[in-house]
Design a protein around this ligand. Structure first.
Ligand code: AMP
Ligand code: MG
Length: 350
């Protein structure tokens, strides 16, 4: 999980850079109570919609506080920047050495492995050696040689991660493997926060973990939550607004985190099959799913798979995607069928 120190003010300005809630007219009865905190290297914002006659503001603030506590707990478990996190302990395992892990970590890793299978290895949490290699490339401003690339690639491969369902252990079949849940953990944190809000009697809320959003219930009795997908080349504009209820939406892309060498863009998303950051034809992918973890995983995977990713979206019921690609400076938007069929949207030409 990314916990780089980024100036707070910048993050607030960037909040919802990929996605942001767009509040419109409010209904007299409901009150929106909101708060935001800095976790996982980003701003997490929670809004709850309450009827003050039934659910007081103080109680709502308390529920939001509990949801933030849960996100902090998730960050402590999943961060690769914290030596004592469960993920860091996994990453110190030698070949065939087993470690018993918590149910939460076990289940999330199992889910990511399932999506590795479905995406033909495009989404793969064992990508960490490559993530580290390319982060060194960024610092040194020098491309890796073939040997370095091969060595890192040799440590990657989801098929070498073994989960023992009975003993609840994990082990790697290869030496020097390591995992990075950065492509799924913010979505997972949103899901966990929503669960805590529900446990505290909240029926309507919007949780935004740095763009990984979940819309629980409605904004008001008459209005769904409205989410804007940012124009990939102009952060002050949205090109798509979509109304959601009990749905997650997440956007991944090359426009938020990348570096350049000799004028070429290198994304933070890496194709584990080649060892290289994704090319610049895919600009962004947004995925709508029943839960935020799935949306997070598939948005990252769609960036690697491009148009081919729509085959996976089609096969997975109840999931939709919007893909923005660029060719010779021209942006093109492609949407899965369900976007126009199932959702109330407003679109702008890119
Ligand atoms: P996201 O911003 O959700 O698209 O996730 C990007 C993050 O996921 C990166 O910063 C890496 O930590 C990690 N990552 C990069 N490439 C992959 C990949 N192919 N599969 C899974 N995780 C990845
Ligand atoms: Mg993701």
């Amino acid at each position: 999980m990314n916990s780089r120190k980024i100036p707070h003010i910048l993050l607030i300005a960037a909040l919802g850079a990929s996605l942001f809630y767009a509040s419109s007219c409010s209904h007299a009865q409901e009150k929106i109570v909101e708060d935001s905190r800095f976790f996982m290297g980003t701003v997490v914002q929670i809004k709850v919609s309450i009827d003050p006659a039934k659910y007081g503001e103080v109680r709502a603030k308390d529920a939001i506080g509990r949801a933030f506590d849960e996100i902090k707990r998730i960050e402590d478990i999943y961060s690769v920047y914290k030596d004592e996190s469960e993920i860091s302990r996994i990453n110190r395992l030698r070949k065939n050495e087993r470690l018993q892990i918590s149910d939460g970590v076990f289940n999330l890793i199992r889910k990511t492995l399932d999506y590795s299978e479905r995406t033909g290895g495009a989404f793969d949490i064992t990508v960490k050696p490559l993530v580290d290699l390319w982060s060194g490339v960024k610092k040194a401003n020098k491309l890796p040689d073939e040997y370095e690339l091969k060595r890192a690639l040799g440590r990657v491969g989801f098929k070498s991660v073994v989960l023992d369902e009975v003993a609840r252990t994990i082990h790697f079949k290869k030496d020097k493997m390591s995992i990075d849940l950065g492509g799924a953990a913010k979505g997972y944190a949103s899901d966990r926060a929503v669960r805590v809000l529900e446990e505290n009697g909240i029926d309507n809320a919007l949780v935004n973990s740095g763009g990984d959003m979940y819309c629980l219930g409605k904004r008001t009795a008459h209005e769904l939550w409205k989410v804007g997908v940012q124009h990939p080349r102009d952060r002050n504009r949205t090109f798509l607004e979509i109304r959601l209820k009990d749905r997650a939406i997440d956007t991944s892309g090359d426009y938020e985190r990348y570096f350049t060498i000799d004028g070429k863009r290198y994304s933070h998303i890496i194709d584990p099959r080649t060892g290289y950051p994704i090319g610049d034809d895919v600009v962004s992918a947004s995925v709508i799913a029943p839960d935020s973890t799935t949306a997070d995983i598939l948005a990252t995977a769609m960036c690697i798979l491009g148009e081919k990713g729509f085959d996976i979206i089609k096969k997975s019921g109840g999931i939709d995607a919007v893909l923005v690609t660029e060719k010779a400076g021209r942006l093109t938007v492609k949407m899965s069928e369900g976007i126009r069929k199932s959702y109330d949207i407003s679109e702008e030409k890119l």
